[in-house]
Structures are given as C-alpha cells and as structure tokens.
Design a protein. Sequence first.
Length: 326
Amino acid sequence: MKKKTIILVVGILLVSIGSTTIFAFSGIESVRFIDSKIYLNENPIPLSDPSALIAKEGANSALAYVPARSLLNYLGFSVDWDADDSSIHLRPKPFTTDILYASIAEFQEQAMPLIGALDSEGVYLYALKPEGAVLVHKNISKAFNWSCYSPRFIMPQIQAADYDHDGQIEIALSLNNGSGAGIDIDELHIVKPSEDNLTDYQFVPDDYFKQLDEMVSYSFSNNNGHVYLHISIENKSTDIDLTSIDASILKVDDCSVTIDQGIVRFFLHEDGKIIIHGGLEIRTQNGEGPIVAELSATVDFSQQGTFKLVNLEVISPPSAYSPLLH
C-alpha cells in the first residue's frame, strides 16, 4: 500500500462539503472526513464541522482541510462566503467598549480574544494566553510581549494620532497591568507603523520618574499650627494644607513626598493627546500615608522615539475622574 504524507492546508473549508461535490473537481483521488483536533498555544479549539483529508491523483501527500468558519469564529472573526465571485471575507467581530465580554469565563473561552480596536484606522488588539498580544494594523500584524489586562479586567485604551508630527499616524496604547486598593498602574506604548513592520516604543517608569525628579521639588513648613506641603515646578509653587491629616501620621521631621511605582499612575487619551497622572503621596518613616494631590502632564513623543513630559501641573484635590478617589 502506498503511504501518503498528510499536509495541513491553511486554505481551509468554509463548511463541510459532500464528497460528491469534491469529486466534481478533476485530479481528486479520494476524500475522507476526519475527526482532527486543532490546538492554539496547547489549548484545544472546538470545531463544529469535521476536517477533510483530500488526496490528489498521483501525489505522495494528502491535504488536511479544516473548517474555517468555526475556527475563525473562535479566533474572533466573522466569515462570509460570496458565491458570486467565490470569495471569502474575514472581518474582526464588532468591538464595543460598553460590554466586551459578559464574564471572565466568556473571555477565557476565546483563544485570541479581541481586547481593543479602532475600526476607523484598521487597528485591532488581541490577547495571547497566558501572556502577550497581537496588534493588527491594516494588513500588518505583529506579536508583542505585553501584559494587556489586569486581574480587575481593565481593558486597554487605544488612540491614533500623529504624535511626532511626521505626517504619519502612530498608535498609542495604555495597557493596565496592575491594580488594587488605591493602585492603578498603566503602561504606555506608542507603535509606529511602516510598510511591513510595527515598531514599539515604551515610556518606561525610570524615564518619567527621572523627568519628574528633575522638574519637581518639595518642602514642608509649619505655620501657626498648620502644616503645609510646598510643591515647586519651574519656579511656580503650590501650597497644600495638610492640617486635616492625622497628626500621628504626619510629623514634619520625618515626612517625605514620593512618587514611585507603588503609587497610582495612569494615562488618559484625549483629542490626540496623551496625559499622564501620578499620585502624590505623603510617606513617613512609619509607612505610607494619604494621597493628597496628583501631578498631571502632557506626554510628547519625538521622531527619534523619545518621550518628554510638558505642561506639568498640580491637581489638588485629585480630579474627580481619577482612580485615586476610587
């Protein structure tokens, strides 16, 4: 008996096709439906229709076709067949920011769940499991080693604009990868598309903390029983009355003001701009104290791929939309 090698073909069947239909094509030696299993990252993909094993006359290999509709539906695409020109149309399923997934269980059922989109720019973001993401921009896709969502299931923010003023659109993504009581931490990426690539630039914490340290200074004073925090930014001072804070927490001699990775920080995308917010926390030798204000600045992005904080200001008390209050 002649042995045949089986080759999996990505040119896949939309639906199960009867053998009488397939044999209408010349050069087909045999067709057999098989109960094959498909795995993505070692996770089995449920198929509603069987696969087909097709052997061509005189060939030493057989082609294994798998049903496209159930496979691509599982990956987050809709599949349409146009009988007029025998074409297949794949489209990402519609994205909504209101209710993307009804539950974590529904999210986990998807092999590559859609977690963000800008339909107008052809931008789609898919989560890989257990870690990572695939970003699609028009006809280009690329996998990145990103943490895309937190245990609280906060989905990414995506915006497209010409951030570096080079006449081309860049994609900005804020990925929430840490949250909890009083903590909400975002990671900012700007991706520059080219003809055949997507290049990622990240605004890393060491960079923006260094810039803040160089731009901001702090001091305390005690005046007639009132303790004040003085915040200086480019020779402009903001005074915050700390008298309402528990005296056992606040002692002028051992207080410091810190902005570090444990403090709330997040990015807002507004009208083509990116705004960074960081919590301003009173920290003593005995541990963490209250957040009394926040710092806000616009993030500038250069054609060389560097980030710069501009228009830095103090917001006290923290703004109403800030997770600092939640």
